[in-house]
Design a protein around this ligand. Structure first.
Ligand code: SF4
Length: 68
């Protein structure tokens, strides 16, 4: 899985950080999303999908990669 975030869409709602703190953080200054892991491990995929689904700004894009 490849994760991309669009900072220009992010409204700093923080839903992604609550769902998947291993993968998302927020900038101290303005709360805009910071991507911590572009390719999170398989054990995190469910929470990353949840975070993307909860994001009110649709700022998180996921691409499934063919592993191997
Ligand atoms: S949930 Fe979406 S809008 Fe909120 S901080 Fe995360 S990326 Fe930004």
């Amino acid at each position: 899985m490849q994760v991309e975030v669009d900072e220009s869409k992010c409204i700093a709602a923080g839903q992604c950080v609550l769902s998947a703190p291993e993968v998302f953080d927020q900038r101290d200054e303005d709360g805009i999303v910071v991507l911590l892991a572009e390719r999170p491990g398989a054990e995190l995929h469910d929470v990353v999908r949840e975070a993307a689904g909860l994001c009110p700004a649709a700022a998180i894009r996921l691409a499934e990669l063919v592993e191997g």
